[in-house]
Design a protein around this ligand. Structure first.
Ligand code: HEM
Length: 493
């Protein structure tokens, strides 16, 4: 029998061994300022609440500068909110893997493009890239147009009905679009989509995923069971996986290259991916994971960007009026019209509006990586292998040193060429940049432009909510504590 003294000695030895094995992290304490927090906990206790994440980060960035070091439990982590450092991190071959909190996404939707690790990620990304080529995206314009036309009918019923929350409506539109463009337009007929069951399942999954990111103990199935969270989560997962597997099986059953006349058709994600299954390069499970990831990554970000842009324009009517004049000159009559790819390129003021919207309300406020090797930054700091790095896009986009005194207000002139020419190329990174940027960035810009052009041409939006009253929640995507409501009036000319 070991006495308690022996146990204590053993524990002390283990503890010192543990500290010794992590000695490479300690030099960061002297190189980068930041709060050390409590032993074993670090500053994790401050980040348990989704509403606290952005204010806590802001507090530390204001106090310690744009590079901060701290601990999340036993995990060393660096917070970066400076364009030059963001560029170096996002372009480093040693920062391609995602941070440990992305395990929540793996658990929910399977390890797909979003969270794959090297060397698999770069191989898969190369294989999937053709599904996001410009020609393929141009072939989606009929889907973007048709789905927005259906939306207009619903928005019409909300005219002069007081202030409304447009998020649920837009979520349904964005999910319809992203499933059709990823899995083929046949999904449009699926009852599962029509009766919003897929949307409900995705929402339910997303809720648990965001909670798991900040409360990693929820990654354990047993803990979820004990807390009564498992049943709904498992059901949503089963429903989404079942839906996707059914589509994949049906596409595989049709055989490779069936009915695919154009190069664009062949490159629609599901066609491209099932062809890779036929050739033994992808497994069915991998196709399912990638599909779930792409739809997951597409619909919430697109929804928020459209609605948040409308909210901002409602708060700043002078910019809404300018934004309205552009589609009005291209589409002289109200009602429905077809937006072509060329039209999207001609709406240049809308570019300024969308950029400014994604600057002040970054749709993905933070992204995170894990160093695979030591990374030397230009300020002399060496970040050792195994550190989690968080790039705080939200505060980078609102940094007065980068964007001037009016950084925290909405003004599309920030993006006039004259103001952009001297800005650091990484001062605006809503889709990130560098090695592992958003594969859907061009898709997002085109689809959002089609939706906004049709809405702004036909309706005028107003709100009683004030810009200064925004309160944010970090939910993987940026959410509001209180969603501003919008009042809609029809434009008659
Ligand atoms: C306004 C809309 C969007 C925004 C702001 C946005 C933003 C981002 C950001 C910041 C990342 C990097 C995440 C990270 O490093 O952790 C990302 C990755 C990704 N996005 Fe988007 N996204 C948008 C729309 C889309 C759309 C429409 C699609 C697909 C149709 C898409 C698919 C993806 C995928 C698959 C990844 C993972 C890429 C990889 O790791 O190789 N996104 N997105």
């Amino acid at each position: 029998m070991l006495t308690w003294q022996l146990w204590c000695t053993l524990l002390c030895i283990l503890w010192f061994y543990f500290l010794w094995s992590r000695r490479r992290f300690y030099r960061l304490i002297f190189q980068i300022p930041g709060p050390l927090g409590y032993p074993l906990v670090g500053m994790a206790h401050k980040l348990l609440n989704k509403e606290d994440v952005l204010p806590v980060f802001k507090h530390y960035l204001d106090k310690h500068g744009s590079l901060v070091f701290s601990w999340l439990g036993l995990m060393p982590f660096v917070l970066a909110s400076d364009p030059q450092l963001a560029q170096e991190i996002l372009n480093s071959q040693h920062c391609v893997n995602k941070c440990l909190i992305y395990k929540a996404i793996d658990d929910a939707s399977g390890r797909g493009l979003f969270s794959l690790k090297e060397p698999h990620w770069s191989a898969h990304r190369r294989l999937i890239n053709p599904a996001f080529a410009l020609k393929v995206l141009q072939s989606f314009l009929p889907i973007f147009n048709a789905e927005t036309t259906s939306l207009l009918k619903v928005v019409d019923s909300l005219v002069d009905c007081g202030e409304k929350n447009l998020i649920p409506l837009m979520r349904s539109l964005a999910l319809n679009i992203s499933t059709q463009t990823t899995m083929g337009s046949e999904v449009n007929c699926s009852e599962y989509i029509k009766n919003n069951k897929l949307l409900e399942a995705y929402r339910s999954l997303l809720k648990t995923v965001t909670d798991m990111c900040l409360s990693p103990w929820l990654l354990s199935r047993t803990v979820r069971q004990l807390l009564g969270r498992e049943k709904k989560y498992a059901k949503a997962k089963t429903q989404i996986n079942g839906f996707l597997f059914k589509l994949i099986e049906s596409k595989l059953a049709k055989g490779s290259e069936a009915h695919l006349e154009t190069e664009e058709d062949k490159n629609i994600f599901l066609n491209l991916a099932t062809d890779l299954v036929h050739r033994g390069i992808f497994t069915k499970q991998e196709v399912k994971n990638h599909s779930a990831n792409i739809v997951f990554a597409a619909f919430e970000t697109t929804t928020n960007t459209v609605v948040y842009t409308l909210i901002l324009l409602a708060m700043f009517p002078e910019y809404q009026e300018k934004a309205f004049q552009e589609p009005r000159s291209l589409f002289p009559s109200t009602g429905d019209f077809e937006v072509t790819y060329r039209d999207t390129q001609n709406m240049v003021y809308l570019d300024l509006i969308m950029n400014e919207s994604m600057r002040v309300l970054a749709p993905v406020p933070i992204v995170a990586r894990q160093t695979m090797q030591d990374v030397r930054l230009s300020n002399g700091v060496v970040i050792p292998k195994g550190v989690q790095i968080v790039v705080d896009i939200f505060h980078l986009h609102r940094d007065k040193k980068v964007w001037g005194e009016n950084a925290e207000t909405f003004n599309p002139d920030h993006f006039l060429p004259i103001h952009m020419q001297d800005r650091h190329p990484y001062s605006f990174i809503p889709f990130t940049k560098g090695i592992r940027n958003c594969i859907g960035w061009r898709y997002a810009l085109i689809s959002i432009k089609v939706i906004l052009a049709k809405l702004l041409r036909n309706y005028k939006f107003s709100t009683s909510f004030k810009f200064e009253d925004f309160e944010f929640v970090e939910d993987i995507t940026l959410e509001f504590k209180t969603v501003p409501l919008l009042e809609i009036q029809r434009r008659n000319c």
